[in-house]
Design a protein around this ligand. Structure first.
Ligand code: ADE
Ligand code: ZN
Length: 336
């Protein structure tokens, strides 16, 4: 490990954009398939990895959704979540906000209760044993109907204490933020924080970003790299202090590059940009590796790396006292 890689590894970190279902590693796919008597179309872990030749968002999503077929029981969701939290803890991630996609499971006949109880139990165990703190963000699948999203929102209400906010993911094409305006207004009224994916280089990316801030009034934007295409838009996002959760290695899979140059420009413009992993089980890079890739590509300084980590802790959906505690641990680390 070079000294800057060691610096990245040891730095107190915060992850704000990771899909729990996207942390499903090929090894665990095999284990869960065996436990649940499910036949996989692949014979070996290498065969599975070799099939991960995504070229765009839809081709990734096909593999992502079909991979979930091995997740059936509460203990499967527990094992998936705990494995990620162990990995995150080993990278010095102190706090993480975790996306989950309940509709990808309820539409297969698995109850919302099964999904969230397994995840929640892993969060509690990991916090007690490892000390890593996490919160959940429930995502709606934007390529399904607004009615299904609203029904899912209502189904989540008995578990409101376990969910910090709601997000919007899946295929963005022809599925604008406005399609879910009523769902997000209700989520806000229920006390949830709001975020939405604005994936990179989508048809109408800039229009969707404006809808997110003007019509939905999101608290955060996932990806959002195309905000730089419109100077008024990036200035407005900066003025509001809205955080952007950029995922470089994921971007390299589904667009033509890591968008590391965009991260440089956002840092230079004082935008609250953060680096995250998205679907590390599929893209092969957890948070630490994403930071290493960007550092190598554009030569981030230690000060830049600290700023990225600071941005993430500041953008966390936590009380200010908790954020201040993490920020002072970050300061102590970089002062040492
Ligand atoms: N679901 C899981 N990962 C996603 C991504 N990168 N974009 C949209 N939906 C997703
Ligand atoms: Zn994502």
């Amino acid at each position: 490990m070079t000294s800057i890689e060691q610096f990245i590894h040891d730095m107190p970190k915060c992850e704000l954009h990771v899909h729990l279902e996207g942390t499903l590693e090929p090894e665990m796919k095999f284990d869960l398939a065996a436990r649940n008597n499910i036949a996989l179309a692949y014979r070996t872990v290498e065969d599975i990895r070799a099939s991960y030749g995504f070229t765009d968002l839809p081709s990734f999503l096909d593999v992502y959704y079909s991979g979930m077929s091995v997740l059936l029981k509460e203990e499967d969701f527990y094992d998936l979540t705990y494995a990620y939290l162990k990995r995150a803890n080993s990278e010095n991630i102190l706090y993480a906000e975790l996306f989950f996609d309940p509709q990808a499971h309820t539409s297969r006949g698995i109850s919302f209760d099964t999904v969230i109880r397994g995840i929640r139990r892993a969060q509690e165990t990991a916090e007690n044993i490892l000390g890593i703190r996490t919160q959940l963000i429930m995502c709606f699948l934007r390529d399904l109907s607004a009615g299904f999203a609203m029904a899912t929102l209502l189904e989540s209400l008995p578990y409101k204490g376990w969910i910090a906010g709601v997000g919007l993911d899946s295929d963005e094409k022809d599925n604008p933020p406005l399609k879910f305006q009523a769902v997000f207004a209700r989520a806000r009224a229920e006390g949830y924080k709001l975020t939405m994916h604005c994936d990179v280089n989508q048809q109408d990316s800039v229009k969707h970003l404006w809808q997110c801030i003007d019509e939905i009034a999101v608290d955060r934007i996932d990806h959002g790299v195309n905000s730089l295409d419109d100077p008024k838009l990036s200035a407005e996002i900066g003025r509001r202090g809205l955080a952007l959760t950029v995922c470089p290695v994921s971007n390299a899979f589904v667009t033509e590059g890591t968008q590391a140059g965009a991260i440089r420009r956002m840092l230079d413009q004082g935008m609250r940009v953060t680096v995250n992993s998205d679907d590390p089980g599929y893209f092969g890079a957890y948070l630490e590796e994403n930071l290493v890739v960007v550092q190598k590509e554009i030569g981030l300084s230690r000060e830049d790396l600290k700023q990225l980590s600071r941005n993430a802790f500041e953008a966390a959906w936590l009380p200010q006292t908790a954020k201040d505690d993490y920020l002072s641990r970050l300061d102590a680390y970089t002062a040492a």
